[in-house]
Write a protein of this length. Structure first.
Length: 64
C-alpha cells in the first residue's frame, strides 16, 4: 500500500507505518551497536557461529 506523489497517506497507512517503524527500530539499533564493536568487525569465524554469538550478546545487553 503506497501513495501516489502529491497525495497524503490515509489514516490506516499512517497507522501501519508507525507500527512497522516501532517494530523495526529496536532491531536497527541492535545492529548498529553490533557494528560498532571491534570484535564483530574483525571476527574470523563462520557466519553461523557469529549469529549465535550476536544473539547471546544482544540478550545480555537487554538484561543490563
Amino acid at each position: 500500500m503506497g501513495r501516489l506523489p502529491g497525495q497524503d497517506l490515509t489514516t490506516t497507512q499512517r497507522t501501519i507505518n508507525r507500527a512497522l517503524s516501532a517494530a523495526r527500530a529496536p532491531v536497527e539499533r541492535s545492529i548498529a551497536r553490533l557494528k560498532s564493536w571491534q570484535i564483530f568487525r574483525r571476527a574470523r569465524c563462520s557466519p553461523n557461529r557469529m549469529t549465535v554469538i550476536a544473539a547471546a550478546v544482544l540478550t545480555l545487553e537487554r538484561q543490563r
